[in-house]
Design a protein around this ligand. Sequence first.
Ligand code: EPU
Length: 300
Amino acid sequence: MNPLDRLVEQGEAMAAVPLGPMTTYKLGGSARWLAEVGDRDRMARVVPAWRDSGVPLLVLGRGSNLVVADGGFDGLVVRLVGEFTRIEHHDDRVSAGAAVPLPVLARSAVAAGRLGLEFMVGIPGSVGGAVRQNAGCHGSETVDRLERAVVVDFLTGAECVRGPSELELGYRHSSLASTDVVLEAEFTFVVGDPRSGESTMREITRWRRENQPGGTLNAGSVFKNPDGDSAGRIIDSLGLKGLAVGAASISTRHANFLVAAPGATAAEVRRLVCLIQTEVEARTGLRLEPEIQFVGNFEE
Ligand code: EPU
């Protein structure tokens, strides 16, 4: 018996769990297993079961940068809950569990008169995802404020603390392996007037409403920006806005957003991504690299 099935029997994991509802795209298939981990005790049981299972691991945050294959994910999905959703305001730092949504962290810090994390209000991901991808917007990145992250290595079960340089944070990049799971992170701040932070957050929210296709099913920027340029500008300049594969299309508002209409499939999103890469490369010589993550089997 697979050790993960034993976890299911013991009520510590679930089998055949649809992942679409846990992603911003709301599409794709199911996880073969899913474990919600709310504390270190549960983690200590899930880690060895996963290690002995021989299947791949996916840590799922807010699902805002993710396309799950229509056939699902044949492995274990871990979702952090419970103690990993806590925010603590200390005198010299703000600490947040990896499952905390970034907008919640931004608003909580501002309300406590701790400024510097306002940019996070515009990022629909989690603290763990922000560390993994060095998420950023409006001229700020996670690395600007990150002091350290607590990471558990699922291969060994060992926890360690890593600073920004060990994490090798770069543009939408870190050195974390898929088996490294961020548990919490600590951020620096500057003391300030909450009203100033609120005004910054309002401005970011207004900018996003005007420039990004809010209210649609999307996963934010699909491609990383090439050095010194913008993927959205390039795709737009080639007249590709509105291009569709099935029910997946390039947003008419921002060309680096791919929007899923009702009924869209993961295969359609993937085909559209490949089509854009091919078009852009043929016409500019540039190969755009996806920023979003595809999980599961996408071979047709
Ligand atoms: N542009 C166009 N046509 C378009 C879209 C953009 O001409 O369809 C032009 C804009 O006019 C602007 C330039 O391209 O001159 C850059 O566009 P924008 O300001 O929207 O920024 P971006 O480079 O597309 C980046 C991040 C976003 C982040 C914004 C704001 C990446 C891949 N994307 O977008 O992050 O919100 O800056 O800071 O780095 C994300 O990562 O998911 C994300 C949304």
